[in-house]
Design a protein around this ligand. Structure first.
Ligand SMILES: C[S@@+](CC[C@H](N)C(=O)[O-])C[C@H]1O[C@@H](n2cnc3c(N)ncnc32)[C@H](O)[C@@H]1O
Length: 299
């Protein structure tokens, strides 16, 4: 059996009891090490906690050599550990499709993900639209497909969760050209870079999907003891110091419920300015049905 085991967001102890039991009985244990990081635990911490050896699985191993992970999984149990929830990143469905095609049974053991824990900032999960990813820009590569998705979300007043790039096991151009397997230190996008890149694309596209004055929330180290939220305009967030990773950003939609605002104001750097920015958004929006709140909804 192939087990995809969610590790939760922060500490070794965030694994579920069922997840831990599975890890301890598996013949091989892989840790997916490129879409997220367990903020308060190293590979060695995990090995000590599980009492098992853990093999780091980089992008190359998972995406191009997945047969190594799946080898013999029709006869023995193999665990594939994913920070957050196994379905919180788009890449792991590939591994399942490959397992299925080889006739290997699989089971997912779920856990908290950034995609649901983000509700801790006070914005209702029911009011989020499409999630987007933002990659590090280079001088000549500035992919902006996120802009159209944010536009769609904002048209109908929904919030957008922006996930930020992580670069691990990257080679410098020179090392790559010379075939040297030397890797750069890992890089994690911070809030100030994310906000600046978002604004950079707005200045080029000029469709007023969002502006300097758009209300946002920065979400840092969610699920850890030093979790932090900052409610501010996008322009303000481009100038803050967000500190240690991991970070995400939420761009508010105009259907923001008053309870969401009340909750968020506690995290505002400048409460009056933030409230004004939200009111400006709401006034500019077209008439739409009232937002759904958790207590009005049956789910
Ligand atoms: C590709 S997603 C993987 C999500 C993970 N599988 C999950 O279910 O939570 C990784 C991105 O999510 C965001 N993220 C993940 N964990 C986070 C956390 N604890 N706090 C803030 N952002 C987080 C960061 O932007 C990070 O680069």
């Amino acid at each position: 059996m192939l087990y995809l085991v969610g590790l939760g967001l922060s500490s070794v102890e965030d694994i579920t009891v069922r997840g831990l039991n599975v890890v301890q009985k598996c013949a091989r244990v892989y840790l997916e090490a490129y879409t997220s990081i367990l903020m308060a635990a190293s590979k060695e911490d995990l090995e000590n906690f599980y009492g098992r050896e853990v093999t780091l699985a980089d992008r190359e191993l998972v995406e191009s050599s997945s047969d190594t992970i799946l080898e013999g999984a029709d006869k023995v149990d193999v665990a594939f550990l994913v920070v957050g929830d196994p379905f919180g990143a788009t890449t792991h469905t590939d591994l399942i499709i490959r397992a299925r095609s080889l006739g290997i049974p699989f089971e997912a053991i779920h856990n908290a993900s950034v995609l649901n824990a983000v509700g801790a900032c006070g914005l209702q999960l029911y009011n989020f639209g499409q999630t987007v990813s933002l990659v590090f820009f280079t001088d000549n590569w500035k992919p902006d497909s996120f802009y159209d998705r944010i536009k769609e979300n904002r048209k109908i007043g929904l919030h957008t969760l922006v996930l930020l790039d992580i670069k691990v096991k990257e080679q410098s151009f020179e090392n790559m050209a010379r075939g040297r397997m030397i890797y750069e230190p890992p890089r994690y996008m911070n809030i100030e870079t994310a906000a600046s890149q978002l604004l950079e694309i707005e200045y080029v596209r000029k469709e007023e999907v969002y502006t300097d004055n758009t209300p946002c929330v920065s979400v840092s180290r969610l699920g850890s003891p030093d979790q932090k939220f900052v409610a501010a305009t996008l322009g303000e967030l481009s100038e803050i110091e967000s500190g240690e990773p991991l970070h995400s950003l939420v761009i508010l939609g105009h259907r923001t419920h008053e309870m969401e605002i009340e909750y968020l104001l506690d995290f505002a750097t400048d409460k009056m300015k933030f409230q004004k920015a939200v009111e400006t958004e709401v006034e500019a929006a077209v008439e739409l049905p009232p937002p759904v709140t958790a207590d009005e909804d049956d789910d």
